[in-house]
Design a protein around this ligand. Sequence first.
Ligand code: F6R
Length: 616
Amino acid sequence: MCGIIAYTGSREAVPVLLAGLRDLEYRGYDSTGVAILDDAGGELTVVKRRGKISELDAAISSQSISSAHTGLGHTRWATHGVPSDENAHPHASCGGEVVVVHNGIVENYGELRKELTDRGHIFGSETDTETIAHLIEENLKLGHDLVTSLREASGQLVGSQAIVALSEAEPGVVVGARLGNAGGIVVGYGEGEMLLSSDLAALLPHTSKVAFLDDGQIVRISANGATFATRDGRPAKVNPSTILLDATTADKGTYETYMLKEIMEQPVALADTIGGLMTVEPARLYLDDLGDVRPWLERVERVLLVGMGTSLHAAMVGRWYFEQIARLPADIDNASEFRYREPVLGPETLVVSVSQSGETVDVLEAMNVARACGSPQITICNTPGSQSTRLADGTVHTYAGLERGVASTKTFTTSLAALFALALETAQVRGRISEQEFASHIQGLVAMPEIVGRQLDAFDVVAKAAERFSTTEHILFLGRGPALPIALEGALKMKELSYVHAEGYAAGEMKHGPIALIDQNFPTIALAGQHALRSKIISNIEQIRARKGEVLAIVTEGDEELIALADAALTVPSVPALLEPVAAIVPLQILAYATAKTRGCNIDQPRNLAKTVTVE
Ligand code: F6R
């Protein structure tokens, strides 16, 4: 979950590292730090602070740090040890000759720490990371070079890690290792300079030529280039690729938060995704990266969709798409549960993972389980080159552009578009859809960017409706059918941004318990679009109001009966049933945003969260 940036080359390292850390702040914001390796004396200097990058910036400005052309930086999401100056990364070995930044968990750190302490090492922090610095130092003292020392140290670690290190013994050199799925390492190739980062986002301002480390690979960079090795020390061939993603689109621009910008970008993100996957005339799909998995679409007997958080909610909508459009049995599973359940599946099951980052550890491990079972796999992903795209047999890319807000918005709606396209492709391959139906589904999807744009035109109206929620402590979100995942997603957005306790429920489940909560202080947001078994939802709303519960209904434009029935209503344009989730989530995103804003919450950096969950 932490962010890593490292630089070596002709420019001064500190400004590059600080800019990189700003690009990575969504990865963790408990503390930040940099280490630089002085060119002349090869001396390491570490500056680190609890809190945001501004604290680090001030600390650096107040010290006279010599100019250096090699360094690394880290933004932390605490796992072992509270956020503090001492626990902030980078961590140095006792002699200070080695510094390490790290993403992941050293699961045997207690044992290692005891052994190292017994051998005379003195620890300066409570972190698991520091053990790595001491282990590298021991290996350097044996006469190994930095790459070998990192490899030897890595061999002693249990758990998944991404590690980047510098040593006074090798000025101008940075090394990194990817061990398992606790976050990636991306190598950036510049002109007379090289970079390493946990994220593509921090490299794109410098270069579009990048290479991704696979599990077990180690990289050594110097200003002249990169060399790669495997876990057992053999040279590895890793080819850089060119990533066509515009880093400037990731700026906040005139918006006050990334999240607001990303909500407003949805029409364009959807249009780019839809345009990248299909044409209307002729009605045709171009899922070019399905590769060898395409024939499996015909053979498989069921689909299992996995994901976490918002992406799991997208997967839940995807289940409807596969069942309704391709008439293929479909299930969903939470990746963190699936991976430990010894699931019963094989080549008859197509596994579809949804992950905007492509680096969520539970999703990657679920994919490894699915691979071991022999299931063909497709991933829906917004990050080119990420680990999920390399593990899967095929990918359906979303073209939402970089997403910086910790709460996912545009990658949710674009994932729905990609899942819709994949279900259509599956239906076509299996001969389950007429040409007319196919064309009509495509037309329905192609209309969505404009529909979402209309939803956004009503931003102020929705934000006004959110005023009611600024003082409430609880909200119930209800939905049925394809609107159930939208109720769950609306509740997730509300709780993570505004810290209001929000529960998403299947409306039919109401009478089986949750209705006991309802009184005048417990409002409900009911997804009551035209396709959501309208008469049943009407009954649910009546039952809530009979208990003095207040209802804000999300209804189809022109549905006067429901507008009159609810205490307040927000409208969604009339769209085909399966596409209603794409439209209906927009007011819920705005409600969560506006509630959080009124409550004074930090919208882009909600407490305790980080974008991309790379530890369990
Ligand atoms: C919530 C949110 C998270 C992510 C989840 C999966 O707003 O963004 O719930 O959806 O951590 O992330 P990805 O899609 O990167 O696998």
